[in-house]
Design a protein. Structure first.
Lengths: 551, 331
């Protein structure tokens, strides 16, 4: 699950944080600057800007984006998503499912070694599994292995996993970062992984880069692993510089102090089009794994009526919204899946901008009269409610303002309330004490969204925050997650998207674009649906363009 | 004098406990809790379990007064606890690694401010309404009115991007390890130049204004008149008789800025990507990392109390009148 799900948290928090998400797992990619060619050469340093300090070096017990970004170069999973979002082997050479989807057998590669020289074996896989399900381990990803009955090492390079029931996400859960048994066994048994020195000063993984140093709040330095099983990476040294301010990151780019960073929409569109910048950097653009939505509390009788939600969908001009908020750098969302992925169903009911239709839908729901201010009335009550938005999110506030204006046109009065993120989550969302809210969901490459839409997932800590309940959707979600046959899953999820489009439990607004830039001396970048970072170990700088000779 | 200091120190203990109690309460009243960020918003079942587990680890499942008691009794043994952040490191270690850079920046800043502010203040007071005074007044108001972050960005654009003379942010170049010793030092100084400039600009404005005001009051006093009447040269009148008196309020202000030395400027540190105390504290607040927040507060509160005491004590050193009054009072 890691590779996909780790995007979830940053995704959710994105309305709070300003800049883009991880930059992996994405669909349409456009190169907006030419990629030169040149001969691959070893050496040079690549400097990437990180927006926040990392919180540790054993990602299995962490949950923040910057930590995952660094960890992805240090650790490997048994499997990973390739550039087109298919699952392929990483530390596993191959795997086999039994016909009933209950037995999964991995063959491990024999040439993988831990950074300290020890061989990577089946014992490490069993250890990692046991650590993840150990109730003492403070990890957010243990739930992925609930369906596992047993994990056994058949021999040093064969692992057999037995499931209690068929589980669609079984394979992808083995993208979890593998941990070295010989170093972490004691710490893991005591539930002290966070206190382990490997979380702070000397993490040991199997990945393409070795850890060199972490200066808290300042930088993290990695160096190429000459013994990496897929071959030594070209770029010798990676420096993650921690720069909290996006304005500063941008100036560092202009002064060539960093080689890679993520831009804001404004920077991408308006401030980086001059020739010197275009020459120094290649800009990339792809639909990120985050969509922004207007959520309504379906326990509120006004929003429980589907026609009201449909009316809102018709009243909001998504294209204008994307233009106004993201300067066009986003794609309209028709449902919870990203266009271009295998699970995406383009043939769902659409809601083009149509205020007249919106008014008609509201009228059919009983909102027929208006008061002196032009606000619709039902049983003498005006249609008034609050839209909540997280503080510090310019984007959330702008979306709320545009929606407010659109709703006013159809006689609905919305007030905007901006609330600090922690308070918003605890006092309003978890207590289901809200009328409407602007939020974002980070999604995974796997289409299973049981936790978000299933009617059983509505308790305070659970994620069906709008209290959506539809028996057909429940049924489809259950079926979709309990088979390992992709064609069957596609059928269920296609139908699910139709149901969701019809119901509009939330108004799906847009998928935000990820906007990374990379110094143009760096070659080998092949944009793909998953983004640009997936083949970092193949990036290189031609010898004549090396900038940092040291190292 | 010693007895007085001791009495003040003993009185400070209940005060400190009171401060920590109120802070503890206020921090826990803020919505959100440390487990929220870490449990993340991922799959639900494991989350609920993780939340409980983390609450247990951190002792958040206990009533607030028990939590406070545990914290205070650990503190009495000078144990500041471990951070609630996933790195689970001792609070003192986390503060210890951030403190030196903040201290360095603030001490350099304060030194520059004091060395510049005192002569500026004296000159503009003794030459009230002169061109110099008018220029500094304008400078002072500009200094007050300029937001730090704006000035920082402008300077970064000018010196970092346009001219390319100075690095924009951070503490060291990425190639720092490979530089020769003297180049390393130069690199470090170059990185600090802009942050210090920005922080000094605002502070200088305030300080020179204090000095000017204080001096203006003193030169109107009778004893300055008599000093002049005695026929003392103006330099002695101002430099000796007036200045010593005018410095008194400055000592107070200086004393009060002592605790500020360890609290970094959040804005300057964020903009210049300097990993100091300000950033640590802000991150701790966002993560609701109670031990780090409280640890920092205890240190700042203690320093404030100590600084007050030192300011009071130095008064008597600088001002003979207070010394005399204290001696008479004792009789």
């Amino acid at each position: 699950m890691s590779r996909g799900d780790r995007l979830r948290l940053p995704g959710l928090l994105l309305l709070l944080a300003l800049a883009g998400c991880g930059g992996e797992a994405d669909s349409v990619v456009e190169v907006t600057a030419g990629q030169g060619t040149g001969k691959p050469a070893y050496g040079d340093t690549y400097i990437e800007a990180l927006q926040g300090n990392i919180s540790g070096l054993i990602p299995n017990v962490l949950s923040d984006g910057p930590s995952f970004e660094v960890a992805s170069l240090i650790y490997n999973g048994l499997v990973k998503y390739d550039k087109d979002l298919n699952i392929v082997g990483e530390l596993a050479e191959s795997w086999q499912y039994s016909r009933d989807c209950l037995d999964l057998t991995f063959k491990l590669r024999r040439n993988a070694r831990w950074h300290d020289g020890q061989p990577f074996t089946a014992a490490d896989v069993v250890f990692t599994y046991e650590t993840m399900v150990n109730p003492k381990t403070p990890t957010a990803y243990g739930g992925d292995y609930k369906a596992v009955e047993s994990v056994t090492a058949v021999d040093a390079y064969t692992v057999h996993v037995r499931y209690k029931h068929p589980n669609a996400k079984a394979l992808q859960s083995w993208s979890i970062w593998m941990l070295p048994k010989h170093l972490l066994e004691t710490a893991a048994r005591e539930g002290k992984l966070r206190e382990a020195p490997q979380n702070r000063t000397n993490p040991v993984g199997t990945g393409p880069y070795l850890f060199k140093e972490w200066k808290s709040g300042e930088k993290v330095v990695l160096v190429a692993n000459p013994n990496y099983f897929a071959g030594r990476p070209y770029i010798s040294r990676v420096v993650y510089r921690i720069i909290p301010s996006s304005a500063t990151t941008f100036l560092e780019l202009k002064a060539k102090g960093v080689d890679g960073a993520k831009l804001t929409a404004l920077q991408f569109k308006r401030q980086t089009e001059y020739p010197a910048f275009r020459k120094a950097y290649a800009k990339y653009q792809y639909a990120a794994n985050v969509y922004v939505y207007l959520g309504m509390n379906l326990r509120d009788p006004r929003f429980a009526d589907r026609r009201v939600r449909q009316a809102f969908a018709h009243a909001i001009n998504k294209r204008e919204l994307i233009e106004g908020v993201r300067l066009g750098l986003a794609r309209e969302a028709t449902g919870p899946y990203k266009p271009g992925t295998w699970q995406y169903n383009p043939n769902v009911h659409l809601y083009p901008y149509d205020p007249a239709k919106a008014r008609a839908l509201l009228a059919s729901a009983g909102w027929t009269e208006t008061n002196a201010d032009g606000i619709l009335l039902k049983n003498g009550q005006p249609f008034k409610f609050d839209i909540l938005s997280a503080q510090g999110s310019d984007e959330g506030r702008k979306v709320a303002e545009i929606i407010q204006a659109s709703l006013k046109d159809i006689g609905v009065q919305a007030e905007i309330r901006v609330i600090e993120w922690a308070a918003l989550l605890k006092e309003y969302i978890k207590k289901r004490n809200f009328e409407a809210v602007i939020l974002a969901w980070g999604i995974t490459p796997d289409p299973d969204q049981y936790d978000i839409w299933h009617s059983s997932k509505t308790s305070p800590d659970e994620l069906n925050r709008i209290s959506y309940a539809n028996p057909e959707a429940d049924d489809l979600l259950e079926k979709g997650r309990s088979t390992c046959v992709e064609a069957d899953r596609k059928k269920y999820y296609d139908r699910l998207q139709e149901v969701l489009a019809e119901d509009q439990p939330i108004v799906f607004l847009y998928f935000r674009d990820g906007l990374p830039v990379v110094a143009s001396r760096v070659r080998g970048i092949q944009p793909a649906p998953i983004g640009i970072n997936y083949n970092f170990n193949e990036w290189f700088v031609p010898l004549n363009l090396h900038r940092y000779t040291a190292g | 004098m010693f007895g007085y200091a001791l009495r003040r120190l003993i009185l400070a203990i209940p005060l400190l406990i009171g401060i920590t109690f109120v802070s503890f309460l206020v921090i826990h009243l803020a919505p959100g809790e440390p487990v929220e960020n870490q449990a993340g918003e991922t799959s639900t079942q494991s989350d609920a379990k993780l939340r409980e587990r983390l609450r247990e680890i951190y002792g958040l499942d206990k009533p607030l007064y028990v939590q406070y008691w545990n914290w205070v009794s650990r503190l009495a043994r000078l144990d500041f606890g471990r951070s609630f952040s996933p790195d689970a490191r001792p609070v003192l270690q986390k503060i210890g690694e951030r403190l030196p850079i903040t201290l360095l920046l603030n001490i350099v800043e304060l030194t520059i401010i004091v060395t510049l502010a005192i002569p500026i203040g004296v000159l503009s007071a003794t030459r009230q309404y002169s061109t110099f005074d008018k220029i500094t007044t304008v400078f002072v108001f500009v200094g007050f009115a300029t937001p730090d972050f704006w000035l920082a960005l402008m300077l970064m654009i000018l010196f970092g991007v346009q001219l390319g003379w100075l690095p924009i942010s951070g503490l060291r170049s990425p190639t720092w390890e490979y530089l020769a010793f003297w180049k390393q030092q130069w690199d470090f100084v170059a990185h600090l130049a802009l942050p210090i400039l920005v922080a000094t600009f605002g502070g200088l404005a305030g300080f020179s204004r204090y000095m000017r005001q204080s001096m203006l009051e003193v030169v109107r006093q009778d004893y300055i008149q008599s000093a002049r009447a005695k026929g003392l040269p103006e330099s002695v009148v101002i430099g000796k008789h007036a200045l010593r008196n005018a410095l008194l309020p400055i000592v107070t202000v200086l004393g009060l800025s002592l605790p500020g030395l360890i609290g970094g400027s959040v804005i300057v540190e964020s903009i210049f990507a300097i990993p100091g105390m300000g950033q640590l504290m802000v991150q701790a607040v966002f993560e609701r990392d109670y031990p780090v927040i409280m640890g920092n507060l205890v240190i700042v509160a203690t320093l404030t109390l100590v600084a007050n005491l030192i300011a009071d004590l130095t008064y008597s050193l600088v001002d003979p009148r207070i010394r005399v009054a204290a001696r008479r009072g004792r009789r």
